[in-house]
Design a protein around this ligand. Structure first.
Ligand SMILES: [Ca+2]
Length: 445
């Protein structure tokens, strides 16, 4: 559990200080609202870009870290733990030869006997007493599992309340998910056998510099926590220890360049960080999109209506920007919003993989964790539909989204879209959305 979630932010690199703004708005774009907003802001962005050279900052994110990670779920079967206080009883002689006894463990002054039986708890107690063994405590062995991931739970239903379940339509097998972040604990149980280390920032080692990358990766592709639970997870570790896990745009671009040169399609690239507007970074993202990668980014956590249109990669025409909603489907108080948000996903109180141990978890909030939900969903769609063109994934994400569900924004905005598999999962035909249709057609232009 952590008291504060710190998002990875990019410090503007020198490489862009003198770069001309890349006016690529006339090309195919993701959403018309975003396109219009970006057009109007292009000059302003460029001017700010010039002023912001070498700016380094770390943006504090929200956190709400009280959620208990474990819950007692349905009892699996017939296992009972019998605890014996040795102060009163010695172990029955020959107990280890009894077939139903599966294990005997010592825990301090206690012996704990694991029994497999289909008897009820009371029946086990009665049997022990009939045999002359008192002072036993008999407890059922429960299956301790994580709460149903709120991100997943929300993904498979159109409306609230959450039903504490997630029914998959696919797990993203065969798709490569590139996480450009603070490093991932590849040995974590959530990433079992699906982890590849691709890139480490110069001067760094493979050890994650904080939990962020693992938490993000589990939201996209964790064994039990992300939609793409069969995708291959690629770690591009850009976070720098000396910057408290922040990094430079140039390092991010190095990582993206590595993907361009060495990556495998179909692929989804997750960028759960923001920095000042950067035309070079935006252009690099455009190159990867053209090659067939789908790029997803966090909207940012400034709670601002304009920041996503000013910052990169959120403003990048070929990066899908994901805003965060809370447990009431309202825009999370920290989430950026406005015309440059393309889609929404749950981003508050989300458990995820931690880096302190292979079975450790943490809970945090941020658009950083909403983005990988959509990245994972994009991987699922690549896997299901075998698209080779990035724009087809955009269309799938749009068409499968639940329209008008996000509270706190006008319902007639075409970007009021909640990422969802609801229509696929239920077999209900996808509804026509009032203003979304035009944006779909534009992608085909
Ligand atoms: Ca659900």
């Amino acid at each position: 559990m952590r008291g504060l979630l710190v998002c990875l932010l990019v410090a503007l690199s020198i490489i862009c200080a003198n770069a001309d703004f890349v006016e690529d708005m006339s090309q195919e774009t993701l959403f018309p609202l975003k396109q219009a907003a970006k057009r109007s802001l292009a000059n302003k962005i460029f001017q700010e870009n010039q002023k912001n050279s070498n700016l380094a900052s770390v943006e504090p994110l929200s956190s709400s870290l009280t959620t208990d990670l474990t819950s007692i779920d349905a009892p699996p079967s017939e296992y009972y733990l019998i605890s014996i206080n040795l102060g009163y009883n010695s172990l029955p002689s020959g107990i280890s030869q009894i077939p139903k006894v599966k294990d005997i463990m010592s825990v301090g002054g206690l012996k704990v006997i694991l029994v497999k039986t289909d008897q009820s708890r009371d029946a086990v107690l009665q049997e022990l007493r009939a045999a002359g063994y008192f002072n036993y405590q008999v407890e059922k062995s429960y299956q301790h599992t994580l709460h149903t991931q709120p991100t997943l739970d929300r993904l498979d239903q159109a409306t609230l309340p959450l039903d504490n379940s997630y029914t998959s339509i696919g797990e993203g097998a065969g798709v490569h998910l590139y996480i450009v972040d603070s490093g991932i604990l590849g040995s974590h149980e959530q990433f079992n056998g699906r982890y590849v280390l691709d890139f480490v920032a110069p001067g760094q080692n493979a050890t994650p510099c904080n939990f962020h990358g693992s938490w993000v990766a589990s939201a996209a592709a964790g064994e039990t926590m992300g939609p793409a639970s069969q995708s291959t997870i690629h770690d591009l570790h850009v976070g720098m220890v000396e910057l408290e896990c922040a990094f430079y745009t140039s390092t991010a671009i190095s990582a993206l360049s590595w993907i361009y040169e060495n990556g495998t399609l179909p692929g989804v690239i997750n960028l759960s960080w923001q920095g000042p507007g950067n035309s070079v970074l935006d252009a690099v993202i455009g190159q990867l999109y053209s090659l067939g990668y789908f790029i997803v980014t966090a909207a940012g956590n400034a709670g601002s209506p304009t920041a996503a249109c000013l910052n990169s990669p959120a403003r990048a025409p070929f990066a899908l920007s994901v805003g965060a909603i809370d447990e009431t489907d309202s825009i999370a108080y920290f989430s950026n919003y406005g015309d440059c948000i393309d889609i929404w996903a749950r981003g508050t109180d989300v458990p995820g993989a931690d880096v302190t141990g292979d079975t450790d978890y943490t809970v945090a909030s941020g658009t950083s964790v909403a983005a990988p939900v959509v990245s994972g969903l994009a991987a699922v769609y690549y896997s299901l539909f075998h698209y080779s063109v990035s724009s087809q994934i955009t269309i799938e994400l749009q068409q499968s989204s639940v329209y008008g569900q996000v509270l706190g924004m006008a319902s007639d905005l075409s970007n009021n879209r909640l990422a969802s598999i609801y229509w696929y999962q239920t077999g209900v035909s996808v509804p026509t959305t009032p203003t979304g249709e035009s944006s779909l057609l534009r992608v085909f232009d």
